[in-house]
Design a protein around this ligand. Structure first.
Ligand code: COA
Length: 392
């Protein structure tokens, strides 16, 4: 089978949830999701001028909440909003929080088997425009009687509490991890570590002034353990998970460019990475969030690697209990995990986060001259998506 290469991976900065009472609006909240995706398509074309736009045959794009501006086939709408020719198709997919990672997995696999020479893949989520659950019609739920008889369903927040209990995590561990996420994200931002992956986006503030969003704005560097310990526990009375140990609600988009060996040769492109393995793994939909553990084990087995071989990990911080349970079970030291912070500090725009983590890890591997990176995200209803990449 031929090889498939990652040529580039970009993202927007994550725009905050609008808080009119606190005097700010979400930076991306008024930009149409298809326009935002289109900006990333154009950025990939501009950053890789050797590749003719006509070579890109498809855009695979995930969103989680499929309604309103994110309804229908957003991927085709992104193509038609961008400088790609109309010959390029677009396909939407939904694997909840691991959707953008799945988009890249499908893109790379399709290039490998010869179905594409060049394809873009990623995801987006406008949580301001299309809040979590706003695509659900409670009179017509998508859960069959068979499913609800067999499984108890719950919220992600409730599952985060279950995971904290199941893995015997302490409040201190949860608080300390959450504070560190903020500190690491702040330090990485200050050091300009996200500059190469973030495509600046122009937005209009509430006074009608043009602004540029080029950094993740959700970060709270002055977060203190004592302060966050006093926050309410929204998911369980007497629980451990609070707003400061949960991923923030925000808007964002990510996109990667995958091409064949022929494309690399024909257009003198420089491969940055390739996929060594992917794994999707399902667990009990009520506990929901710890599929990242068996998913990691399966991806490692498929790649023929041991956990110690991996140089950097991005374990999505849906809630602090998820990476903590993962680290405790797989005995991985914090020095290799989420070294530039995570979703607790910067936010988690659901369908786009897998692609954000892909962009972040490839830049980190390049900066530190390292070889193997592993990304894993828990996804709703007990799913998880894991990918191991090799920097080239
Ligand atoms: C946890 C959650 C319910 C909190 O929502 P919220 O209450 O609107 O969050 P806020 O940002 O307003 O934070 C609540 C309070 O905590 C405070 N807070 C949040 N983070 C803080 C921090 N790092 N340090 C200090 N205070 C903090 C806020 O300032 C706010 O205080 P206020 O009420 O005095 O204004 C929401 O973020 C959430 O649902 N996150 C998870 C999303 C999700 O499920 N994603 C899918 C994952 S699988």
């Amino acid at each position: 089978m031929r090889e498939s290469y990652l040529i580039d991976a970009v993202r927007t900065a994550r725009g905050r949830q609008s808080r009119p009472k606190k005097g700010f609006v979400g930076e991306l909240q008024n930009i149409h999701p298809a326009s935002l995706g289109g900006k990333l398509v154009d950025a990939l074309l501009e950053r890789n001028p050797n590749l003719p736009a006509e070579k890109v045959e498809d855009v695979i794009y995930s969103t989680t909440t499929v309604c309103k501006e994110q309804a229908s086939d957003i991927a085709r709408n992104i193509v038609l909003s961008s400088n790609l020719p109309q010959t390029c198709s677009g396909v939407h997919l939904n694997r909840y929080c691991s959707g953008a990672l799945q988009a890249s997995a499908f893109a790379s696999a399709s290039v490998r088997c010869g179905d594409y020479d060049a394809v873009m893949a990623g995801g987006g989520e406008h949580m301001n425009m299309c809040p979590i659950g706003s695509d659900m019609d409670y009179e017509h739920l998508p859960f069959s009687p068979e499913m609800t008889q067999k499984y108890e369903l719950g919220s992600q927040g409730a599952a985060a509490e279950i995971i904290a209990g199941k893995y015997h995590l302490s409040q201190e561990e949860i608080n300390t991890f959450s504070v560190k996420s903020q500190q690491k994200a702040y330090a990485a931002t200050q050091a300009g570590k996200f500059k190469n992956e973030i495509i600046p986006v122009t937005w209009i503030d509430q006074d009608g002034h043009e602004q540029i969003l080029d950094t993740d704005t959700n970060i709270k560097p002055d977060t203190k353990v004592e302060k966050i310990n006093e926050l309410p526990r929204p998911f369980k009375e007497g629980g451990m998970i609070h707003a400061a140990s949960s991923s923030g609600i925000c808007d964002g988009s990510s996109l990667a460019l995958w091409v064949s060996e022929e494309c690399v040769k024909d257009f003198d492109l420089k491969p940055r990475a390739r996929i060594l393995s992917n794994a999707n793994y399902g667990v009990d939909p009520k506990e929901m969030l710890d599929g990242v553990i068996p998913g990691t084990e399966l991806a490692l087995k498929r790649a023929g690697l041991k956990i110690d071989d991996i140089d950097r990990f991005e374990i999505n911080e849906a809630f602090a209990s998820v990476p903590l349970a993962w680290m405790k079970t797989l005995k991985v030291s914090e020095e290799k995990v989420n070294v530039n912070g995570g979703a607790i500090a910067m936010g988690h725009p659901l369908g786009s986060t897998g692609g954000i983590l892909l962009a972040t890890i490839i830049n980190e591997l390049e900066r530190e001259n390292l070889r193997y990176g592993l990304i894993t995200l828990c996804a709703a209803f007990g799913m998880s998506g894991t990918m191991i990449i090799e920097r080239l």
